[in-house]
Design a protein around this ligand. Structure first.
Ligand code: ADP
Length: 425
């Protein structure tokens, strides 16, 4: 029986290993992590991350061929194949700060594998890493000349948070890169055989290891360019009277461009009084807040002396406060930057009560279904809505009486309102 160990029980490792366990009942999967609290949560009824469908997958396999453990060394030692999905954040200091990947966690995982292994291993890079990381990892693994053979493969993860389970069950493609010699090819085949349990052969691409590493980075870069382009379009729309949703619809019908990653999003600040912030996760259907624009927007508002009442259906109050108390280098700030002005609401209606404005910062579907008439009646007037995700029916809200600013939509009404009524918000 093949034994797999997944190091890192986070947004990538957790769902990926759970789906492998689901689809390969004959394979034993151990997901290990140094964080006791994360592992305890994976073993509880309240999983540490939210993804639609994840709970169902975990419940089907946990305790059968899927276990979660902090006994990292034992499971690494027993495994034939080790998937490494540890965090690779952007470096916060030193050379390359703000740009380069911090490989500290990867390096310590590799050193641990080298220290505890007593049989040959296939080590698979799942995390996003710079090209030629496999070479550095190989050097660490083989520096102890104890006769153990390692094959390093790159099998980058292309899942999107919020649709991780669906992306894993029905991937566009699975990419496996390895050494071009016979041992590398044999290792590729072993990993290919795992995916072949549920992914058709034509979707499994095998390459050399550097192509696989670079493909993941190229993929990210192309998507980032698209998002950046549509966000620039949204500024043009605001200036010209065009509507960004109409422009992106027109673009999406071009089969050479395709429909995805064409939604404009927030990246702006406003200043004011009591602001209801709806949504904190970086996008809907996830509890992940890393790199969420909500952090910058909320900090900007706090800097302008606003009082914030924040509601997100999935992000915990502790996480929101932690994110807002970090400085830009991810270090807990001693002053906590006005957290006494932050209140975490239980629901939308509590968050918006007596607020001067609503900022929609995550495109949760439930924000489309709010009783906006009721919200309007309980807000200060004039009542503003800043729809930073372009999800609301602007016409309907304006009819109720809201002053609506929706990203990427013509700005005239907003300007006229300010000029005519001399309200500064
Ligand atoms: P990602 O979004 O890439 O999955 P996360 O931060 O959600 O990143 O998850 C990475 C996980 O890897 C964390 O839970 C962290 O505790 C774990 N981790 C980091 N280094 C090691 C290590 N050396 N051994 C085991 N787990 C590790």
């Amino acid at each position: 029986m093949v034994k797999i160990c997944g190091i890192g029980a986070g947004y990538v490792g957790g769902p990926t290993m759970a789906v492998i366990a689901l689809k390969c009942p004959s394979i034993e999967v151990a997901v290990v992590d140094i964080s006791q609290s994360r592992i305890s949560a994976w073993n509880s009824d309240k999983l540490p991350i939210y993804e639609p469908g994840l709970e169902n997958v975990v419940k089907q396999c946990r305790g059968k061929n899927l276990i979660f453990s902090t006994d990292v060394e034992k499971h690494v030692q027993e495994a034939d194949i080790i998937f490494v999905s540890v965090n690779t954040p952007t470096k916060a200091r030193g050379l390359g700060a703000g740009k380069a990947a911090d490989l500290t966690y990867w390096e310590s995982a590799a050193r641990m594998i080298a220290d505890v292994s007593n049989s040959d291993k296939i080590v698979v890079e799942k995390s996003t890493v710079p090209v030629r990381t496999a070479e550095a990892i190989e050097r660490i693994l083989t520096h102890k000349s104890n006769g153990i053979k390692y094959q390093i493969l790159s099998n980058p993860e292309f899942l999107s948070e919020g649709t991780a389970i669906q992306d894993l069950l029905e991937p566009d493609r699975v990419l496996i890169g390895g050494n071009e010699g016979p041992e590398g090819q044999e290792a590729i085949k072993k990993v290919k055989d795992i995916y072949a349990h549920w992914v058709s052969e034509d979707k499994i691409i095998t390459t050399n290891v550097w192509s696989a590493e670079l493909s993941k980075l190229a993929d990210n870069a192309f998507l980032a360019q698209r998002i950046s382009s549509i966000n620039s379009m949204s500024a043009l729309c605001e200036a010209t009277g065009a509507q960004v949703s109409q422009v992106s619809l027109a673009l999406s019908k071009n089969s050479k461009l395709g429909p995805r990653f064409l939604n404009a999003s927030v990246g702006f600040g406003v200043s004011g009084k009591k602001i209801a912030v709806l949504g904190f996760a970086f996008k809907k259907d996830t509890s992940d807040t890393r790199k969420t624009p909500a952090i910058d927007v909320c900090k900007g508002l706090l800097g302008d002396d606003a009082w914030l009442s924040i509601f997100d259906p999935r992000v915990s109050p502790e996480q929101i406060k932690k994110d807002l108390s970090m400085n830009n280098n991810n270090v807990q700030s001693s002053s906590c930057n006005g957290l006494e002005h932050v209140d975490i609401a239980e629901d939308v209606y509590e968050a918006t009560k007596d607020a001067h404005a609503i900022c929609i910062l995550t495109e949760w579907d439930e924000f489309k279904r709010i009783d906006y008439q009721r919200v309007f009646e309980n807000m200060q007037k004039p009542a503003f809505v800043f729809d930073g995700r372009n999800i609301l029916d602007v016409g309907k809200l304006r009819k109720i009486g809201f002053i609506v600013y929706s990203i990427g939509n013509p700005i005239e009404q907003w300007i006229n309102y300010n000029v005519n009524s001399a309200v500064t918000f």
